[in-house]
Design a protein around this ligand. Sequence first.
Ligand SMILES: Cc1cc2nc3c(=O)[nH]c(=O)nc-3n(C[C@H](O)[C@H](O)[C@H](O)COP(=O)(O)OP(=O)(O)OC[C@H]3O[C@@H](n4cnc5c(N)ncnc54)[C@H](O)[C@@H]3O)c2cc1C
Length: 483
Amino acid sequence: MIVYKDFIDKYLSDESNFKGNLDTVYIPENVEELKDIVVDCYNKGLHITLRGGGTGLTGGSSPDKNVLISLEKLNKIKSFDKSTERVVIEPCVSLEQLDAYLSNYNYFYPPNPTETKASIAGNVSTNASGARSFKYGATRNFIMKLKVLLCDGTLLTLERGKNFAKDNKLVIKSDDNKTFELDVENIFNTSIKNAAGYYITENMDAIDLFIGSEGTLGIITEIELKVNKKSEHLVGIIAWFENFDDVYKYIANFIQNKEQLTKEDLCPRIIEFYDTNSLMFLREEYSQIPETAKYAVWIEQECELKREDEILSYYYEIISSITSLDDDTWIALTNEEHNNFIKIRHTLPEKTTELVRKLNHTKLSVDMAVPFNRLKDYFEFVENKFKTLSIPSCVYGHISCSHLHCDMFYKNDEEKLIAEKIYSDIIDYGLTIGGTVSAEHGIGKIKREFFYRMYTSEQIDKMKKIKAIFDKKNILDITNLFY
Ligand SMILES: Cc1cc2nc3c(=O)[nH]c(=O)nc-3n(C[C@H](O)[C@H](O)[C@H](O)COP(=O)(O)OP(=O)(O)OC[C@H]3O[C@@H](n4cnc5c(N)ncnc54)[C@H](O)[C@@H]3O)c2cc1C
């Protein structure tokens, strides 16, 4: 199906507002139709941009030129096998659709990125992650099988655990037995949460190359996911702190003892952080936030109901040994109380979005993760930089993965220059201490400059070489990642 010019505006940018160009939008109804469109573009040498939910924050689905293919109609949940806990879906099933479906069976999909209108294929393409990443990690951990259509019409089926690189060579066979041979080595940093570039390591699983490849290698047409049974009970805890050293001590308990906690079924699934400016935004709605609190950490723990007291004692002991604000700790045990905690979590983006929309600001957001042993240095660097700012800012997010969202809001060109300079300084500092320029949103088009700072030109060339193997005419999402 072709959508004509009048309808094209909606497809010109993703949520980053990075606007591109295009002539035609295709919205295929099934994989056969998709294949016809793609092969036609391949024969004509037309550039293709892929779009799922269009919620990306890096311009990844903002079109390059020529053709945009929106996968919005490939949105069926095909099957759920409870015995293997696997779900098979079409690419554009949204997170909210999947969640509603699984709830009927008392199951859930663990990764939990905040934007529930995002498609699962979009999540796979950016290796999205969310609040539950301490226990569950990113999307990658839950992707068991992918069907991928290459631009020349070739189909690949990639199954986790079936095809690993050996002696720095990865061999992938297509469904019709074509062979793709790739040279691989340790380019991708797997020691931190990372969504920047191709997952290339010397012993990689073939499926991992396509996860996080931002639409540059092939089109995901089917996904098999691993899902989990819902926990019987949840304990939520918000602890308050007067200084960052105490925050660090608190979270170190969980990070340094993760293996043991996992063995004892005590690993928290959510560990989220709010800095002083985030609390300032939150205080507009929650005046009961303790007056002297400068930082907050929200933890969510899955458990059996009978372990509730044990778990509360465990947390109280840690909290009271670290912060003098222990008596102010907030607890959630009932559904209503958990929903309130989730509401608090959503209040921060609501408040900052209000700033962006109503007051006509634009947001610039750093998405770095750094090694845990440098987190204090990183936070201090960012906090000191933000103290010099005359524009609104806040730091919050997935502190257990040493991954903080550092947001700045500017409203004119002068403020934009200031924010861009600070952004660039933070990136440079983060890179010197072993960080990644993107921990969860990917590179897309707007973070390429920083991608090229993170990797050497030799490493970028190796990634480009891999792209050329799967996208022979260089037509697919070609301005994502690379110039
Ligand atoms: C309010 C808000 C909150 C957010 N919170 C989070 C968060 O917590 N965690 C997080 O990780 N992200 C978050 N995001 C960013 C965004 O939701 C994710 O990047 C998401 O993965 C994008 O999915 P999408 O379906 O919207 O993809 P799109 O924006 O449509 O596309 C993203 C990329 O995937 C490619 N793509 C799409 N479909 C396919 C396909 N079938 N095959 C191959 N490539 C494809 C596109 O070409 C593009 O490069 C948030 C965004 C917003 C607006």
